[in-house]
Design a protein around this ligand. Structure first.
Ligand code: ZN
Length: 80
């Protein structure tokens, strides 16, 4: 399926996104999604990403651009 996804700050966000969960950077067991509203947080800048959006983005080749737009939405949501 998809490969790793990086945060817009450049830090690796997840090793791999699958339909069932995400694999953490640096290896480790699958972190299953428990809720559709789960977020993945960047360890570098603490920016958060909705996992369902990550899944969708991971299936495209436009990951970086899409994540930037997603991040803007997340910031708006946090402010609201
Ligand atoms: Zn980051």
């Amino acid at each position: 399926m998809a490969g790793g996804i990086s945060c817009i700050c450049g830090a690796p966000l997840v090793e791999e996104v699958t339909e069932r969960g995400v694999y953490p950077v640096g290896g480790g067991p699958l972190i299953p999604f428990s809720r559709p509203t789960d977020y993945v947080m960047c360890e570098s800048c603490l920016r958060t990403y909705n996992v369902r959006s990550l899944m969708a983005r991971a299936e495209t080749a436009e990951a970086i651009e899409s994540l930037e737009r997603l991040a803007e939405k997340v910031e708006e949501a946090e402010q609201g």
